[in-house]
Design a protein around this ligand. Structure first.
Ligand code: NAD
Length: 401
């Protein structure tokens, strides 16, 4: 009897509380708290997320503003725009919608944000403060905050628990590990690709790229990711395997089985199975993977370049046998959204399904609590953006008065 942790319900409770706070703040400040979202280009998924954030702001009573920049904007112009937006009095929080067009330097742009208005918590000053013990009055990344708030509001304490975080990105895994530490976890273990036969997977992909680059693009890390660059380097450098490298064991299950609280944020559809989970564990699935409804790769999909827009992804055709390590391929998709019904705006209905990094039906047989995808961490992330905007407004107000 596994409890499903209902992120939609909990997020809507949180949002109701935030509405009350927003009206109090509005009275105090003489204006609504304000959030500005900067978007470069017109990626349909990013536009969808931005729209969701704006709708959420409206619901709560936060003024929201969208700054839409052209896809080919110069780095210097983008930085100037970030500075201009951050200098606006009526804007308490600013976020840059990721991913950015490839020619832009994401780190430099995040550093050009005012740390006091950085509601995503990605500025190095906020990340650094988070890392240091006893420096907690900073803006912290929204997805980890959403995960912790979900646990807290479901009556689950982290204190004294053995926690395992799978995934070490700056956006989710790394800040979450630090936050679990600060919430009193007995121990926090962070796993990443290397825990999961990294070399073997990469070598598989390199071989696949060598044989037919177009066909395996969907299996590869997106063109903007460090993983992709690493693979390209291996491919171009003619990297050869050492004889036993591909035989390294997958260490991940033995590590995940030690977790009282297991959080997974990797972007690998349904990787975590029941026998990777300690009976009675609490499992938080952050992953959002948009996969075709069938479990096989399809010719029409395989022929798409990785940069295809979502609107171009079509209904899968007849299935083909393939030697992929994954039973389910995943579509390149940047997810920070809570509701997927609107995906039909950008993808043909019936041409996709959304799954997590955890095999929900399998893992619910052993876990004591589990978050669903969708409807788990996603809605909590949106609520956390609103929470952080209000935090930023409160901190600025306190500094002024
Ligand atoms: P990322 O690609 O930046 O990082 C992925 C991490 O997972 C890396 O640390 C990598 O080493 C690790 N990893 C990848 N494959 C692995 C494997 N097989 N075994 C072990 N480790 C592995 O991704 P991210 O931005 O952290 O996002 C992770 C997932 O969470 C994605 O599915 C993303 O869509 C989702 N996400 C959801 C929300 C939300 O609001 N619910 C927010 C952000 C991200």
């Amino acid at each position: 009897n596994c409890t499903v942790l209902d992120g939609r319900r909990v997020a809507s409770e949180w949002i109701s509380e935030l509405s009350v706070q927003a009206s109090q703040l509005t009275r105090l400040m003489g204006r609504q708290p304000g959030l500005a979202v900067i978007l470069a280009g017109r990626r349909p998924d990013s536009m969808l997320y931005v729209a969701r954030k704006q709708e959420a702001c409206q619901k709560v009573g936060i003024f929201s503003e969208l700054i839409s920049l052209s896809e080919d904007i110069l780095q210097t112009d983008f930085e100037a725009e970030v500075k201009r937006v951050c200098n606006q009095e009526h804007v308490d929080g600013v976020l840059i919608q990721l991913p950015l067009p490839r020619h832009l330097d994401e780190n430099a742009l995040l550093e050009s944000l005012d740390p006091g208005k950085d509601v995503d918590g990605f500025h190095p000053l906020n990340m650094g403060r988070l890392l240091m013990r006893g420096r907690s009055s900073c803006l912290v990344p929204c997805t980890p905050l959403g995960c912790l708030e979900l646990l807290k509001r479901c009556g689950i304490s982290v204190r004294g628990r053995n926690c395992v975080v799978v995934g070490d990105s700056n956006v989710v895994g790394t800040p979450l590990a630090v936050m679990l530490r600060d919430h009193g976890a007995a121990a926090v273990t962070v796993c990443h690709r290397i825990s999961y036969t990294e070399w073997f997977e990469d070598q598989f992909k390199v071989e696949a790229m060598r044989s037919s680059a177009a066909a395996c693009l969907p299996l590869l890390p997106g063109p903007h990711s460090p993983g992709h660059d690493r693979l390209m380097q291996r491919l171009e450098g003619g990297d050869q395997p050492s004889p036993d490298a591909g035989l390294q064991a997958n260490r991940l299950p033995e590590i995940t089985r030690t977790a009282d609280i297991l959080v997974v944020a990797i972007g690998h559809p349904e990787l975590i199975k029941a026998d990777w989970v300690k009976p009675g564990a609490i499992v938080v699935d952050v992953g959002i993977n948009v996969v075709p409804p069938s479990t096989s790769l399809t010719p029409s999909y395989l022929e798409r370049p990785a940069s295809s827009t979502l609107s171009e992804v079509e209904q899968p055709g007849p299935s083909t046998p393939n030697a992929a390590l994954r039973s389910r391929p995943f579509l390149p998709f940047d997810n920070t959204d809570e509701e997927f019904k609107d995906l039909s705006v950008v993808m043909k209905p019936g041409s996709y399904q959304v799954v997590g990094d955890v095999d929900f039906e399998d893992v619910r047989k052993v876990a004591s609590a589990l978050t669903p995808v969708p409807g788990g961490v996603g809605p909590m992330t949106i609520a956390a953006v609103l929470h952080n905007t209000m935090e930023a407004a409160k901190q600025a107000f306190n500094r002024r008065s």
